[in-house]
Design a protein around this ligand. Structure first.
Ligand SMILES: [Zn+2]
Length: 348
């Protein structure tokens, strides 16, 4: 049997818990496709899986990572792929696995499936030379994207799209505040909000990041290291506030995010990288008719539409660097230190 290399977490902890292991190359079951992975995309989720989350159990040992791009390598018996995909074709991996037969799945809300799994979070992920996936979990790689770029978009774009389009229902002419506009989800949110016709205010830490966020389509960028974002938003909007705040930071920003909202404003959150225990005054919520919306991942149908928008050149991947798979520990360090100017990808 041929063997392959993969990145496995067996116990939570520091960077040394990211082990390169050899496993047998998997055989695709009926209905599955085997992808020869070319690039693996990292997300903050990877660091949570490595470190562990209090009160949450990950099914260790776990092959890490949710995003990847590669080529169709083999098909299981009877497997049929969408879009006429065949062996050898370049593909993007769709990171959410769902049952396909429940009410949520059949309503196009597969990310709300009770049997939903995120690759590299509750089932083995993409950090391997070969992965076997349900046929539903691959889509053609947009011609506008290189293999490393294509590994850096799926999870963050489907998350940001679901937040802005499905949950907050951001409309043309509205104003949105996007926190950390050069982070993975932040960079996706800036581009999606711009494409929807909204006025985009984004934050970033430091002059270099601010310039890059502006190039992504933000109309105003606030350097949160030197300025108070609540005051700046008030000044930019003439005290009116924003219609939507795109939250994923948590404790460090959430109170300020609520203060930035206009009447009938919506804050939508997908994460809490600085902690999730926020203080909340209900007075502001009811007096200003605010909505607090949660969101996790997004549907595969929406993700296929997003990939088409990449194909049309409407969005671009924000890639900081590609490192060899053997440098996974350094990649985690860069992510946690917020040193990266965009996404980090591992090449296989
Ligand atoms: Zn389902």
């Amino acid at each position: 049997m041929a063997s392959m290399c993969c990145i496995v977490v067996r116990e939570h902890g520091g960077y040394d818990r990211l082990a390169l292991e050899q496993r047998e190359v998997p055989t695709p079951a009926p209905g599955e496709v085997r992808v020869k992975v070319g690039a693996i995309g990292l997300n903050h989720l990877d660091t949570w899986v490595r470190r562990g989350v209090p009160g949450h159990t990950f099914p260790l040992p776990l092959v890490t990572s949710s995003d990847a791009s590669g080529v169709v390598d083999a098909l299981g018996t009877g497997t049929r792929l969408a879009d006429g995909l065949r062996e050898g074709d370049p593909v993007v991996v769709l990171p959410g696995v769902s049952c396909g037969v429940c009410e949520a799945c059949q309503s196009g809300l597969d990310h709300l499936c009770r049997n939903y799994h995120i690759l590299g979070e509750s089932c083995d992920g993409t950090a391997a030379e070969y992965v076997c996936l349900p046929a539903a979990n691959v889509a053609p790689r947009p011609a506008s994207l290189s293999e490393p770029e294509a590994a850096a978009i799926a999870l963050v774009f489907q998350t940001a799209w679901n937040m802005l389009v499905r949950r907050a229902e951001l409309r043309a002419g509205e104003t949105v505040l996007v926190h950390a506009g050069l982070s993975g989800v932040g960079g996706a949110a800036v581009q999606i909000a711009n494409a929807l016709g909204a006025q985009v205010i984004a934050t970033a830490g430091g002059a270099e990041k601010c310039t890059r966020v502006e190039r992504l389509g933000a109309h105003h960028v606030i350097d949160y290291q030197s300025k108070d974002f609540v005051k700046e938003v008030r000044s930019i909007t003439g005290k009116a506030g924003v219609d939507v705040v795109f939250e994923h930071v948590g404790e460090a920003t959430f109170g300020g995010s609520l203060k930035c909202l206009a009447r009938c404003g919506r804050v939508v959150t997908c994460g809490a990288t600085t902690g999730g225990d926020v203080k909340l005054s209900l007075h502001a919520v009811f007096f200003k008719s605010l909505s607090i919306l949660g969101s996790t991942m997004g549907s595969k149908g929406d993700l296929r539409r997003i990939l088409r928008m990449f194909e049309q050149g409407r969005f671009r991947a924000v890639l900081d660097r590609a490192l060899p798979m053997t440098d996974v520990q350094e990649a985690h360090r860069l992510l946690e230190a917020r040193e990266a100017l965009g996404k980090i990808v591992l090449t296989v």
